[in-house]
Design a protein around this ligand. Structure first.
Ligand SMILES: Nc1ncnc2c1ncn2[C@@H]1O[C@H](COP(=O)(O)OP(=O)(O)OP(=O)(O)O)[C@@H](O)[C@H]1O
Ligand SMILES: [Mg+2]
Length: 315
């Protein structure tokens, strides 16, 4: 396996204004993982746990308070020159949650895709450019070349997200970060999109970081899963092992929140308040800082919980 990107003990502290005082808030507390060529890692956790902050630090939108991000072993948090940063941004691209907000409404698909192609290959002749534009559409399964002259408002959410993906792939990145790429799409097309990510990852040997709050979708895309809570990875390992044998109470909580379609509303409602109480207790306990991981199975690790607790019977 070729390691493309390593994230090593990332810390991110924000200073929040509270009245006249500035109070530190630790959004990331020692996040580490690596991405391999042709494999995906799902970074899973509920809102506010630090998923997008991790992505923003990796893409250099934020300077980390501490920790390193290494691409092919080189620390990119130290890159300063415009040239080095530009090269890094070519190697690593990102697809965001909102497919509409990421596109300029006054510009056509052709415009959105021509820019990165020209940046990446300045010597492209007109005919070659047209061929490459069409190849990009094929790649993201938007085959019809007429699509090039459409504007964002003339496309569906799924088509817009495919254009975003094509734009990211135009510079032939090695690493792709997809931050909740399907959460604003209609449920009926989410699976197609996830399958597309899976196909592209394998074909292009991408190192994919798939960010989601929905642990159930991780298994469709990602070989490995890291579960995050309150700025820490609480459990990580092969996706099947994490989902089938969750070890941290918080992972078990996340899995138990996935709706079970076979159970009636009345049944679920009866358990609701009991569930909430246990969920609050688990969240509270899972906040404790730690850096000591125990091995659960091959490649599967769990953050040692500060107090040895009776495992909550959640799933
Ligand atoms: N620039 C910032 N200044 C201060 N606090 C921030 C900043 N960016 C993020 N935070 C805080 O850091 C925490 C993590 O935010 P982040 O956006 O990483 O969460 P997330 O896991 O991506 O959540 P979601 O699933 O809702 O997108 C949140 O409490 C957020 O309010
Ligand atoms: Mg986010």
């Amino acid at each position: 396996m070729t390691t493309l990107l390593q994230v090593d003990n990332l810390q991110q502290t924000f200073l929040l204004q509270q009245g006249l005082r500035k109070v530190p808030f630790e959004a990331l507390r020692g996040v580490s993982f690596s991405l391999q060529a042709g494999r995906a890692l799902a970074l899973v956790g509920e809102s506010g746990c630090g998923k997008s902050t991790t992505a923003r630090v990796i893409t250099r939108m934020h300077e980390p308070t501490a920790g390193r991000v290494l691409l092919h072993g080189q620390d990119v948090t130290e890159l300063k020159s415009r040239r080095a940063l530009k090269a890094y941004r070519k190697s690593l691209q990102m697809v965001f949650q909102d497919p509409f907000g990421s596109l300029n409404p006054t510009r056509s698909v052709r415009h959105h895709l021509t820019r990165p192609l020209r940046l990446h290959q300045p010597a492209l002749k007109r005919r070659q450019l047209q061929q490459q534009l069409e190849a990009l559409l094929e790649l993201v399964e938007l085959g019809d070349p007429g699509m090039l002259d459409k504007y964002p408002h003339q496309m569906s959410g799924g088509q817009r997200q495919r254009v975003n993906l094509a734009r990211a792939l135009a510079v032939e990145p090695e690493v792709l970060i997809a931050d909740e790429p399907t959460s604003m799409l209609d449920v009926s097309i989410r699976m197609d999109m996830l399958n597309l990510f899976r196909k592209l990852k394998a074909e292009r040997q991408l190192g994919l970081l798939y960010i989601t709050h929905d642990i159930a979708t991780a298994q469709y895309v990602a070989e490995d899963t890291a579960v995050m809570y309150a700025g820490q990875i609480v459990e990580y390992g092969p996706t099947a092992s994490v989902i089938d044998h969750p070890s941290h109470d918080y992972t078990r909580l996340l899995l138990s929140s996935v709706p079970d379609p076979t159970r009636s509303f009345a049944e679920l409602a009866a358990e609701e308040s009991d569930f909430r109480e246990r969920a609050d207790r688990i969240r509270q306990q899972s906040r404790a800082a730690g850096s000591d991981y125990e091995k659960v199975a091959e490649g599967h690790y769990c953050l040692r919980q500060a107090v040895t607790q009776q495992k909550e019977a959640l799933c």
